[in-house]
Design a protein around this ligand. Structure first.
Ligand code: COA
Length: 322
């Protein structure tokens, strides 16, 4: 039996950022309101970067960190809801840039659950014996689909990319769980997309993201503890055995409420939302890379990844650090 082990991580965020005071110059809000309700202080916003350019930088950083050559890759999987182009896909653009000539490349669209869904897909290919080395990337320029006139949503989102390289090793597969509920899709939606910079005004309302914030909040705090319980039931582990819960970074209050509901110390839930806001499918790999580079991840540590978001969709995966 084969399973994928993360052997390298990488991330990249644009240099340019907007802090809460900058946002207060765009919509009627305040630094105090945003900090209190979300924990966000600033978010990085792409000026010259794109989903493709950030995916390439995060992917290269992960390969370097894992000492993996691009030619070794059997697959590149990019999770994004904000691709530069419809075709070719982002993963093929990454392949071209890094010279991963042997890799099969495709994108996956599952919004803020996207990294967990892509990670699980990579694990399934490895377990099936189809792939040995896979680069999984989450990259987003959410600033290009945010409604910059809606204070209820534009305060939340940021741009960035994160990546992990998986290498096959002998061993039993780690468990994962994923769910979708398309019937509730309207609470977080964006109907169509025009390529634009975040500062360009777009008349077509369909190209802006609509969000029912309270509905999404309630969904997240209910479903994440549920899916983690479901995940751990597949093992002999309890929440106390888990070293880190690396959750999608949507809102500090969501994460705090999840920790309370799971009766688990908040110190096991690392957060970097203050710096980046919600970067959708990039948030989990950016955080994982931060923990890795700070030396906080030790061999044998057990980590739960959990994502949740539009679709609606949610999922969790267990892994053991190398
Ligand atoms: N600044 C100041 N006031 C704001 C505001 C802002 N940025 N956004 C909303 N308000 C106002 C509302 O207009 C409302 O005013 P009213 O009472 O006069 O009508 C009041 O604040 C409360 O609004 P509400 O929507 O109930 O606030 P909230 O506590 O639910 O916080 C969110 C709003 C968006 C921060 C919160 O619902 C949230 O984070 N939801 C989850 C969203 C999410 O994570 N989405 C992505 C998931 S992947």
């Amino acid at each position: 039996m084969m399973r994928g082990k993360i052997c390298g991580t990488g991330s990249y965020v644009p240099e340019h950022y907007l802090d809460n005071h900058d946002i207060a110059g765009i919509v009627e809000t305040s630094d105090e309101w945003i900090r209190e309700r979300t924990g966000i202080v600033r978010r990085h916003i792409a000026d010259n970067d794109t989903t493709v350019s950030m995916a390439i930088k995060a992917g290269q950083a992960a390969l370097e960190n894992g000492q993996v050559e691009a030619q070794e890759l059997d697959m590149i999987l990019v999770s994004t809801i904000t691709p530069n182009t419809i075709i070719p896909c982002t993963a093929c653009e990454v392949q071209k840039a890094i010279g991963a000539v042997r890799a099969t490349c495709f994108d996956l669209s599952a919004a803020c659950s996207g990294f967990v869904f892509a990670y699980n897909t990579a694990q399934a290919y490895i377990a099936a014996g189809i792939c040995k080395t896979v680069l999984v990337i989450g990259s987003e320029t959410l600033s290009t689909i945010v409604d910059w006139q809606d204070r209820g949503s534009c305060i939340l989102f940021g741009d960035g990319a994160g990546a992990a390289v998986l290498r096959a090793e002998e061993g039993e597969c780690y468990p994962w769980v994923t769910h979708s509920d398309g019937a509730k899709g309207e609470v977080l939606s964006c109907e169509s997309r025009n390529q634009r910079n975040w500062q360009e005004k777009e008349q077509d309302r369909k190209t802006y993201t609509y969000m029912d914030g309270q509905a999404v909040f309630k969904f997240a705090v209910k479903r994440v503890p549920e899916v983690v319980r479901e995940l751990l039931k597949k093992t002999e582990l309890s929440v106390d055995d888990i070293d880190w819960f690396v959750l999608h970074q949507a809102n500090q209050r969501i994460i705090e409420s999840i920790a309370r509901r799971m009766k688990t110390d908040i110190s096991k839930f690392p957060m970097n939302i203050a710096e980046y806001g919600n970067t959708s499918s990039a948030s989990i790999p950016i955080l994982l890379d931060e923990l890795n580079r700070k030396g906080l991840l030790g061999p044998g540590q057990k980590i739960v990844l959990a994502g949740y978001g539009a679709g609606l969709s949610w999922g969790a995966a267990l892994l053991e650090w190398a």
